[in-house]
Write a protein that binds this ligand. Structure first.
Ligand code: NAP
Length: 253
């Protein structure tokens, strides 16, 4: 339950090894969040982050299995998690894969995997979690979208369209939750230097997981519906969205 100062006391991270997600929950722990649930595919790879969160001051850190692609299990996952841990103040929806556009656009199965993980999986689990948040009467769903979803690029349209779908879904979900005590914060980072982008040349306005986390935690505190990281990308994409197609399709990877 959120404390008297409005600070979250418990958080669930979907994508329990996500660098951005872990940076967010670490900052929440620094502000007094005592319970963190890491949900992901590989318990062994979540053990190190769990220990780090305990060292940072979390009283309870638990690891639970979660696979974005196992859509049939999402309702049961949400029910079991909320039944076991009680109120969850913040749920961070961070699981995602970048894929490889060059090969994915010729491989329907690989492309569908990106779409299933990033869009269908995250949308379905968000619904399952939102129902439980609605029932508890408060909470914030933090959805990791991307500026890549603002307008799909020739060089990144499989991933970009998955984020466009998730972003639109999260906006609609937030509207549907109005008045329930539950709100959605959509996060639209640009290029984040880290595991997902390793080996790639940083794009302009590149940022870090810690900078994203700082912006997200501030966004949660002020009840923001959308957070761009860095903030200048809001204005960059306000222009980019209206570039003529002939120009837009030449924007490099
Ligand atoms: N990095 C960027 O430049 C950037 C920019 C904008 C938005 N984002 C978005 O921010 C989110 C977090 O990204 P990140 O930088 O933290 O990436 P990351 O460190 O690579 O984390 C991705 C997370 O997704 C999990 N995941 C992938 N497929 C899954 C599945 N089928 N089931 C459950 N979990 C799955 C991974 O788990 P495993 O350990 O099991 O693989 C990992 O926990 C993603 O949604 C990403 O699209 C990232």
């Amino acid at each position: 339950m959120i404390d008297a100062l409005g600070r979250p006391q418990s958080a669930l991270l979907l994508g329990g090894t996500s660098e951005i997600g872990l940076a967010i929950v670490t900052q929440l722990v620094g502000k007094g969040c005592g319970t963190v649930v890491l949900a992901g595919r590989d318990p062994e790879r979540m053990a190190g982050p769990a220990a780090a969160l305990r060292a940072a001051g979390a009283k309870t850190v638990e690891i639970v299995p979660f696979d974005a692609e196992a859509i049939d299990s999402h309702a049961a996952f949400a029910a079991e998690t909320f039944d076991r841990f009680g109120d969850l103040d913040v749920v961070v929806v961070a699981a995602g894969i970048l894929g490889n556009q060059a090969t994915d656009e010729h491989d329907p199965v690989a492309a569908a995997r990106v779409l299933t993980t990033n869009f269908t999986g995250m949308a379905a689990v968000s619904l399952a979690v939102a129902d439980r948040l609605r029932r508890q009467g408060h909470g914030r769903l933090v959805v990791l979208s991307s500026v890549a979803g603002e307008r799909a690029r020739r060089a990144n349209f499989v991933y970009g369209s998955s984020k466009a779908g998730l972003d639109a879904f999260a906006q609609g979900l937030d509207d549907s939750l109005a008045g329930s005590g539950v709100r959605v914060t959509i996060v639209r980072p640009g290029f984040v230097v880290g595991r997902m982008t390793s080996g790639m040349d940083p794009a302009p306005f590149a940022t870090t997981p810690e900078e994203v986390a700082t912006a997200v935690v501030r966004g949660i505190e002020r009840g923001a519906a959308v957070v761009y990281v860095p903030p200048v990308l809001r204005w960059v994409f306000a222009v980019m969205r209206h570039l003529p197609r002939a120009l837009w399709r030449r924007v490099p990877g």
